[in-house]
Design a protein around this ligand. Structure first.
Ligand code: F6R
Length: 246
């Protein structure tokens, strides 16, 4: 897995935005898979700017989000539906018919997972999958131990993930479960951009790159991917030893 290290978060975000924009310019009907969280905010901001000032169009693209909390309605302020609307989909010319976020409020989560996985299959391959990484190495909500052959499914969130995300919720209680796109679904993407910023990700980044490929460190799976690139700022790269491509 190649790693590109940028001086800071802004530079990293701009670089990722250019990769995504380049893909869209080359193939306007690209299929993108996208994360939420703090890390991609800079990328979304930059893409929105490119849309407004340079006319970058998203009209023919298809979007899939990686995950959603189970039990949250799409209008819950901590839902990923609201996050994506506020930070990205609502600010560009995305076609609502081609925007997919798992339905966390579904009465039948298993059926929703099947429906979601089928929608991904129907869209064809994911051209670009953008990922953040959890401090424990999770990607999407695939927590340590997630099988590499897993597909979209209901998962239990780890205590540490719930703690980190708790402040988004009343009484500081994050939901216990989520729907996430699976590890194999991520792996099937034609290209993967894994983003990490800040010293609190440095340990997970180093383990991803330098330890064994193992289900206990989900992001390490990407080392076997033919076209996965790590985008890091210097802080996130600070625990890496030698041998990382610049
Ligand atoms: C969220 C997701 C998660 C986050 C990860 C990092 O959709 O897929 O894997 O990417 O938890 O979150 P931040 O960027 O907030 O540190």
């Amino acid at each position: 897995m190649k790693a590109r290290v940028y001086p800071d978060y802004e530079a990293m975000s701009v670089a990722v935005a250019y990769v995504v924009a380049g893909k869209l310019e080359e193939e306007p009907s690209s299929v993108l898979m996208l994360p939420t969280g703090i890390t991609p905010l800079g990328v979304y901001g930059r893409l929105v700017e490119m849309h407004r000032s340079e006319g970058l169009s998203f009209a023919n693209a298809t979007f899939f989000n990686l995950d959603e909390y189970l039990g949250l309605t799409p209008d819950h302020r901590a839902s990923y539906h609201v996050y994506m609307q506020e930070h990205f989909y609502g600010l560009i010319n995305a076609d609502p018919a081609r925007v997919f976020v798992p339905d966390g409020a579904t009465p039948d989560p298993e059926a929703e997972c099947e429906r979601y996985e089928a929608a991904i299959r129907e869209a064809g391959e994911i051209d670009v999958c953008v990922l953040g990484i959890g401090r424990n190495g999770h990607i999407g909500f695939n927590e340590p131990g997630a099988p590499f052959d897993s597909r979209t499914r209901v998962v239990e969130l780890s205590e540490s993930t719930r703690k980190i995300n708790a402040s988004d919720f009343e009484a500081d209680r994050a939901p216990e479960r989520a729907i996430t796109v699976g590890m194999a679904t991520i792996f099937d993407s034609k290209s993967v951009l894994l983003l990490a910023s800040g010293t609190n990700k440095a340990g997970a980044v180093a383990a991803t790159v330098e330890d064994d490929v193992s289900e206990s460190m989900p992001a390490s799976m990407l080392r076997n991917h033919p076209n996965a690139v790590l985008f890091l700022d210097e802080a996130a790269a600070s625990d890496l030893g030698h041998g990382v491509a610049g």
